[in-house]
Design a protein around this ligand. Structure first.
Ligand code: V07
Length: 244
């Protein structure tokens, strides 16, 4: 029996393997990060063409501050380079930029550029390019619990009234409405783990892994993953009628 194809509204990607890519080419790590940054642009435009509504990219985790300070400094400057280089293309393609994470902890220059990018693209109506930046899922869930705790303390909420969708709304993806949860997560570079990314939101997501390093992951690779996803049988914990 032919089945209806899955809709891919929200795609999340863990862009792993930039350092490995550089090492293989006998180049310093920052060259891998720079190539990886250029690939963000190519994959965003490809995802837009495929009709994806939200693209969430794991750019920097709350654990990444532990890297050598030269590397952290280079990474913190990537948003500046990214928007210098790509803002005209993002505008032309109607891309709306969102950054989710603990932005108050960023260096001022980085903070300013991401705020400006969100403001300048706020009225765009195409794909949402959502960077997880200084993001960690347990920290995100902890923050959401604190917010609900405050509502309880102030008497605006009764603990027995807490619902799953209330928790979803208090996470950093809360503004994406029906697209809050990724339909598909892709991780590049052969590692098969979640690494504190979107723990709540990935509950029913399909998972896919590519052996390619992020700078080598092409638009045509993306298309293959999307087509494979579209033909999967998603059950969301229920039984599939065609199985019984
Ligand atoms: C980063 C390139 C992609 C692979 C992952 C590691 C290196 C784009 C951004 C970015 C982030 C926020 C923003 C605009 C661009 C970025 C970091 C690393 C930390 F508003 N690429 N990229 N940020 N890499």
């Amino acid at each position: 029996m032919s089945k209806k194809k899955n809709e891919l509204n929200h795609l999340a990607i863990i862009m792993d393997g930039n350092g490995r890519w550089a090492k293989k080419k006998h180049k310093p790590r920052f060259v891998g990060h720079r190539e990886g940054m250029d690939n963000v642009e190519r994959i965003t435009l490809a995802a837009n063409k495929l009709g994806i509504k939200v693209l969430t990219l794991y750019a920097f985790s709350t654990e990444n501050w532990a890297r050598p300070k030269e590397e952290v400094a280079y990474l913190m400057n990537l948003p500046v380079r990214f928007f210098d280089k790509f803002m005209p293309t993002l505008m032309k393609n109607n891309v709306k930029v969102n950054i989710m994470g603990y932005l108050d902890e960023l260096p001022k220059k980085t903070y300013d550029v991401v705020q400006r990018a969100m403001a300048e693209t706020a009225n765009n109506t195409g794909i949402i390019l959502n960077f997880a930046f200084n993001y960690g899922a347990r920290k995100e869930i902890t923050s959401a619990m604190k917010e609900l705790g405050k509502l309880i303390e102030s008497g605006d909420l009764n603990s027995s009234e807490i619902t799953e969708s209330m928790i979803s709304e208090h996470l950093m993806t809360g503004d994406f409405g029906e697209y809050q949860d990724p339909d598909l997560l892709i991780r590049t570079s052969g590692e098969q783990r979640i690494s504190n990314f979107l723990l709540w939101q990935l509950a029913y997501s399909e998972l896919a892994f590519s052996d390619k390093n992020w700078p080598d992951f092409t638009a045509s690779d993306l298309k293959e993953f999307v087509e494979e996803f579209q033909n999967r049988n998603r059950r969301f914990g229920k039984v599939d009628e065609s199985d019984s």
